[in-house]
Ligand binder design. Structure first.
Ligand code: WTA
Length: 666
């Protein structure tokens, strides 16, 4: 952390924002005492607490036992039968709310008259469409437990395809549409998935992203894929493989809309979602049915203070469904709370930098959830854009994915929230299924930069390497000491990696889940996340494993060895810096050869891993700073990438002259 940001965070701890009075009257949780009492009960009497909480969701058959815990294996709501799609969609219809709006979709392009294109789906529409698509999947031979790969743009059909899988108990594996063919191939193979649902293309900043081409490329590299269902969105030219490819509309026209939801066992696998780790290929995080259903719905209700049936509620999470944020906080947590959820197709600055604010005004959005990276970009684009719009409908603002710097927090608070909206800085992970640390709108006095306090049901602590709690404001390792319903159940196909990654830092009997974030707790009991303690870099809210980028750089062919580190970046939070040793001559800094090679490597990374994974800085060097035991000194590289003075101890370096050479390598 730089000196200036230290000053900033010290200052910000003096700034406190109590919950606005209106929440004290109507919020689900209205007072600190109420929160504390409920939190205590959820930890001390999980049976009693979760019996009540889980009853808010729909079960075909109630559970016999709330929890079976043999660290690191949890079984929640054992013996219960439920279905994520039924609870999100059909249930609303059977309870008489079929006409209520479920999804409000807005296209990126405007119509011929320059007006926005908006489609609304009621719960009834969504039920009919998911039932039909579920039948289309069945007609293609998809059965309960099969992994269905979904790689689409943000169109309603993405929600439909996802929910349709849940409907029949197929396991969805959604891949963010910004990823490349390599990512698709890896995930298809890891999940042994024979079917891919995609679009011809998707719109992004006025351009067409060729999704189907990427699928074709991926499918060509494996024998697994026998079916590709294609939703036609952009009308772009695509190649067609007879016998394998099917148009979405043809698949839909061939089936009826009668398809009851499967009664799934509470612990049946619901989906896998891949996230980067510090080593090796991305991990397929597994979430099961009952616990995730309860966790998604409860955390949505409490964090955003959602009120089913309140006609004024309009909720908008700007994430893509390809991330856990979209899974939980566009679909599975929001729909059961019967609040309209917005899906926006495109970029936040298309056609103009006020696109999101224009949408907030037109749709009268009450709850808005985005990422700190986006907020920093909005700040850069200028205050005039939000100021053009009436944002007074907003009531709660959320952020997710990375720490929010106090400056961005204050801007969000003042410029977007008009100084009246509580901000929920939500800390959680793909693995946790839903919010773990967050302010609650009717309860928490917030402090810019802190994700405040544990969610109901979460026993969080900051400990030292012995597992003992550290003192106030002392940095340490964040741990979750008790299981919670939305926790991951494993890594798909890799039990050892599951144990090794999350449960091996402390004796397993202790049952401490280790998210690999550093943290501290201040004198008010508020948590502050201090960054990753493993080799994952959080770039623009996305996890990127340094190893993955290193292997890709080397795979390109011109580089013999690469070391990748993160460094502070104004907009993205962290940038990616790559130190590369070329196989041939090392091009001089600033030379045309260096520029050309950088371009070549960047383009390769973008193609292989997707644009979000490409390095922001590439430096060429003849050697990397290694200790005598051969370990790359990453801390030193981080300082160099950040352009900081070297404060690391370099006495163990094998070749000390390397430091100067590296500093001059930009
Ligand atoms: C980081 C996203 C600070 C953290 C839901 C975590 C955060 C990783 C915050 C998970 C936050 C997420 N403050 N850091 N509010 N939210 N992170 O799996 O390092 O994409 O471990 O889940 O992002 O990223 P993931």
């Amino acid at each position: 952390m730089s000196e200036s940001s230290n000053i900033e965070s010290t200052l910000s701890e003096d700034r406190h924002f109590p919950p606005p009075a209106e929440f004290a009257q109507q919020a689900h949780l209205k007072s600190v005492d109420g929160y504390k009492a409920l939190h205590k009960r959820s930890i001390e009497d999980p049976e009693g607490f979760w019996t009540e909480e889980a009853s808010n969701q729909y079960w075909f058959k109630p559970w016999d036992k709330v929890l079976e815990w043999n660290a690191p294996d949890a079984k929640w709501f054992v013996g219960g039968k439920a279905n994520l799609c039924y609870n999100a969609v059909d249930r609303q219809v059977s309870e008489g709310h079929g006409d209520a709006t479920a999804i409000i979709w807005e296209a990126e392009p405007m119509d011929e008259r320059g007006e926005p294109i908006v489609t609304k789906l009621t719960y009834h529409d969504l039920m009919v469409e998911t039932a039909k698509f579920a039948n289309a999947l069945k007609a293609k031979g998809v059965k309960q437990g099969d992994v269905v790969t979904i790689y689409m743009g943000m169109v309603p059909e993405l929600a439909i395809a996802t929910l349709a899988c849940a409907r029949i108990g197929a396991v969805h594996s959604v891949i963010f549409g910004g990823f490349s063919s390599q990512a698709i191939k890896d995930r298809v193979e890891d999940g042994d998935s024979k079917i891919i649902i995609t679009c011809d293309g998707s719109y992004r900043r006025g351009k067409v992203v060729p999704l189907k081409d990427n699928v074709d490329e991926a499918a060509a590299q494996t024998d697994l894929v026998d079916t590709v269902i294609v939703y036609q969105r952009c009308n772009n030219d695509i190649a067609w493989t007879e016998g394998r490819d099917v148009w979405w509309r043809d698949a839909m026209n061939a089936v009826d809309d009668h398809c009851p939801c499967e009664e799934m066992d509470s612990e049946d696998l619901a989906f896998i979602l891949y996230t980067s780790g510090s080593t090796g290929k991305p991990k397929g995080i597994m979430h099961t049915t009952g616990g995730y259903m309860v966790w998604a719905a409860m955390t949505s209700r409490l964090t955003f203070d959602l009120h089913a049936g309140d006609e004024s509620e309009v909720y908008w999470c700007t994430a893509d469904i390809g991330w856990i944020t979209g899974h939980t906080y566009i679909l599975y947590g929001i729909l059961p709370n019967r609040v309209p959820t917005i899906m926006y197709e495109g970029a936040p600055n298309h056609p103009a930098p006020d696109r999101l604010w224009d949408m907030v005004e037109r749709h009268k959005v009450t709850k808005f959830y985005t990422a700190p990276t986006a907020i920093r970009a909005f700040m850069k684009w200028g205050d005039e854009h939000p100021r053009k719009h009436n944002l007074s409908s907003l009531k709660v603002l959320g952020t997710v994915g990375e720490p929010i710097n106090p400056e961005a927090w204050m801007w969000y608070h003042n410029e977007i929230g008009g100084g009246n909206c509580p901000i929920a800085d939500t800390w959680w992970q793909t693995e946790t299924g839903g919010h773990m640390l967050t302010p609650l709108p009717g309860v928490t006095t917030t402090t810019p930069g802190s994700c405040c306090q544990p969610m109901i049901g979460v026993d969080a602590a900051v400990v030292n390497s012995e597992g003992e709690e550290v003192g106030t404001n002392e940095g340490g390792i964040l741990v979750i000491r008790k299981p919670w319903p939305g926790m991951l159940r494993g890594i798909y196909g890799d039990r050892d990696r599951y144990i090794d990654t999350y449960w091996s830092k402390f004796p397993i009997e202790k049952g401490y889940y280790v998210p690999a974030d550093g943290a501290r707790v201040d004198e008010n009991g508020n948590f502050w996340i201090m960054g990753r303690i493993d080799d994952v870099i959080v770039v623009a809210g996305h996890n990127i494993g340094t190893m993955e980028v290193e292997s890709t750089l080397v795979a390109e062919g011109t580089i013999a060895e690469a070391a990748v580190v993160g460094y502070p970046h104004d907009v993205k939070g962290n940038g990616i810096a790559a130190f590369c040793i070329p196989k041939g001559d090392t091009p001089a800094p600033g030379s045309d050869e260096a520029a050309a090679l950088k371009k070549q490597l960047t383009a390769y990374c973008a193609k292989e891993m997707g644009a979000i994974c490409k390095p922001d800085q590439i430096r060429f060097t003849q050697a990397l700073p290694k200790t005598r035991s051969g370990k790359i000194m990453r801390r030193l590289l981080r300082d160099i990438a950040a352009g900081k003075e070297i404060t690391s101890d370099v006495s163990t370096l094998e070749d000390k002259s390397i430091v100067e050479k590296l500093q001059a390598s930009e």
